[in-house]
Ligand binder design. Sequence first.
Ligand code: PA5
Length: 446
Amino acid sequence: METKTLALDFTYALQAGQAVQQVMQGAPACPDCRQLADELRQAWHTLQGRQGAGNDFLGWLDTPVQTAAAELQAMRKRAAELRAKSQAFVCIGIGGSYLGAKAIIEALKPALSLSMPGGPEILYAGHQLSEDYMHELLTYLDGKDYSICIISKSGTTTEPAIAFRLLRAHLEKKYGKEEARTRIVAITDARKGAMRQLADREGYTTYVVPDNVGGRFSVLTPVGLFPLAVAGIDIEALVRGAAAEAGDVAAAGDDFKRNLSLQYAYYRQWCYRHGLGVELLVNYDPRLIYMAEWWKQLYGESEGKEGKGLFPASVSFTTDLHSMGQYIQQGPRMLCETVLSLAQGHKTVEIPTDAENGDGMNFVAGRRLSYVNAKAEEATCMAHSAEGGVPVARVILPVLDEEVLGRLIYFFETACALSGYSMHVNPFDQPGVEAYKKQMFKLLGK
Ligand code: PA5
């Protein structure tokens, strides 16, 4: 079977890239570089030994390897029942409870469609509080056969709880309580929370968010897997990819030469410790926009605490080269970039020759669009790094499919834990998220 592994490229990463190369060769050149290497190696052993802060939230390390085939099959069976009677499927959740599934669906579905071939349209709710959005969604669903899935680990989060209340009422009015019950799936805590109680009382199908997996690390649990199965994503291949990455990273151990997560953590920590404040996750394909949204939550919530952390931001090229490109090229030198670089697409579009050449584009006639995009990527890497002084690392995805996305998720999660531990923060809590809730509940009179 063909092996589809990720690769990292530091050609354009300037001094940060040289530092990574040196540590890979076992010879970090400066005392700070040696210290960072030691701290990351220590972080690796802390993570593997499950000794660090938040070690009761390390279930994600094992989930891909431990998920039983029967469990996946059971989810696919229930998903097939919903697919058979639904033109649309609404995922209700916020943050880690919807971003992973959305990132994968957006990466794999046809660009101009709301659905995977043969599957229901996938819609989202409970990820904001817009009244107009909700009104339009409910109106849209008046004319569709649909099912819903409420995903909330705590079972008490305001946004999805309100959305579920509205959608459940809509569903019950449309189909009656009995049929509505068969069209609702709840993914929540095994025991705690209002959603667990409600689901048990109403007899909804439920799947459990494991106690030892936090929201932003939960995409490879039922949180992501069930909605993905409804959408028509190959969840076996996704989990297989993640398990393969888990195997590779475990086999690599603390060897920087072989451990991609350690290399990436080193790169971003080197940038951070050399005064850069923002990491841009860059794509050259709009299918990866939501992968960046998922990544932003992963790194933002895991590292942004105690006054520390690179600010995770994202841009889509070449689109944003015509909006943010100026700032990146010549604004304050506080940025580093990580490019999600897609080695190979699925489709072919060739640029035609035009006898009149009125647009002056014959110099690319006969070329594929992906060739021009690849040259734009190479040129931008050169301009931003060599001329702009912005380090640019690249994560190379051999192709965009379930297996590679499974690998990418596991790679980013592992690097995130290592990077967080090397900064001596707990990568698995998010105490700051509560502050807005406290104020909001006060204003709402809760
Ligand atoms: O990463 C996290 O823990 C958060 O982003 C949660 O996923 C998000 O707040 C939703 O929480 P819940 O699933 O409890 O509704």
